[in-house]
Design a protein around this ligand. Structure first.
Ligand SMILES: C[C@](O)(CO)[C@H](O)COP(=O)(O)OP(=O)(O)OC[C@H]1O[C@@H](n2ccc(N)nc2=O)[C@H](O)[C@@H]1O
Ligand SMILES: Nc1ncnc2c1ncn2[C@@H]1O[C@H](COP(=O)(O)OP(=O)(O)OP(=O)(O)O)[C@@H](O)[C@H]1O
Length: 289
């Protein structure tokens, strides 16, 4: 049997606002998510040993039960009442998305694993059920299942798809330092007074293709928090602006900073320059559903 392949696309946060803290430690958010062309590849094939084996081209990735791909396989098998121990499955993760970078790499892999395993097992799951299973793995997983452009509320699982008139090119830089999502959220204070995005204005600007207006209202309230841990973020942001990005901002809890460009040519020119400074530099475009 031919291996089953599924692309796992990264996301950037065009905005991230925090509205409050919940009793369980999670935060109520309001953020605009955008899927991008940078992706991992999930490949499912039949193995010889019983159980699930995870392999990857990336040596530092956990290949055990801590991998979000394993968690996704376990959840989906339970849902279908399939005994994983009686299966013989190899899941290979071709990792291209930088890890612990604010680009939802692990969440995207989990979402793609759901889709690939459903095809492998020839099963279907109602969208709502799949979203619920995804939410149990991570707050970004429901969005990764949906893709495209969306307003994400609640802890990130309440999703509204958004219209975008103009696709965009971007250059992403992952500084050589990471930050833990849990630690960044923990260090955020509701009294911080950090600059907040105006999501309604961003939604309008996206639907009308007004890129300069968009830039006026994009903010990530976590950026000052992560920058206090990793000051390099500010330097990367300045470099992207210097190389003609019309806006540059940190994605998610960081540490990746992305710069938006009005044309592919401008993005390619900046990419050529900034990759000489930062090893983990990527060029991508937005993906629309
Ligand atoms: C930063 C973002 O990537 C922005 O899209 C997400 O909000 C984080 O999504 P994620 O990594 O899928 O989050 P999870 O794996 O569910 O949670 C990791 C940790 O982040 C914190 N967390 C996450 C989401 C949220 N709305 N509030 C939180 O406080 C919690 O401490 C949690 O223990
Ligand atoms: N398949 C996976 N890909 C990447 N990381 C994984 C995976 N499975 C487990 N992890 C672990 O999860 C942690 C976060 O990785 P990930 O790349 O998803 O972070 P992130 O991009 O900051 O996510 P988010 O934007 O959702 O907060 C890492 O420490 C990594 O070891």
């Amino acid at each position: 049997m031919e291996p089953i392949r599924e692309k796992a696309y990264a996301k950037v946060n065009l905005s991230l606002d925090i509205l409050g803290k919940r009793q369980d430690g999670y935060h109520e958010v309001s953020m605009i998510m955008q899927q991008i062309s940078l992706h991992d590849l999930i490949e499912i094939s039949t193995g010889r040993q019983p159980g699930i084996k995870i392999t990857s081209n990336k040596s530092k990735l956990p290949l055990n039960k801590n991998n979000l791909v394993y968690k996704a396989a376990e959840k989906l098998a339970n849902y279908h009442q399939i005994h994983l121990q009686k299966e013989s499955i190899i899941i290979h993760i071709e990792k291209n998305i930088p890890v612990a970078a604010g680009l939802a790499g692990g969440s995207a892999d989990a979402a793609a694993t759901f889709c690939a395993l459903n095809r492998y097992w020839k099963k279907e799951v109602a969208e709502n059920d799949l979203m619920d299973l995804g939410k149990e793995i991570g707050a970004d997983v429901p969005y990764c299942l949906m893709g495209g452009t969306a307003l994400a509320e609640g802890i990130g699982e309440k999703l509204t798809p958004l219209k975008v008139k103009t696709p965009m090119w971007m250059v992403l830089v992952k500084p050589p330092f990471s930050a833990s999502t849990a630690e960044v959220y923990k260090a955020f204070s509701m009294e911080s007074g950090n600059r907040r995005p105006d999501n309604q204005k961003i939604i309008e600007a996206l639907s009308e293709g007004k890129l300069s207006t968009l830039a006026l209202f994009m903010e990530n309230v976590l950026q000052p928090v992560t920058t206090s841990m990793v000051p390099e973020i500010e330097k990367v942001q300045k470099k992207l602006l210097e190389f003609n990005a019309f806006h540059a901002m940190m994605s998610g809890s960081g540490t990746t900073v992305f710069g938006l460009f009005k044309t592919r040519k401008k993005a390619e020119s900046a990419y050529g320059k900034i990759r000489k400074i930062y090893q983990e530099t990527y060029i991508a475009h937005t993906i629309h559903r």
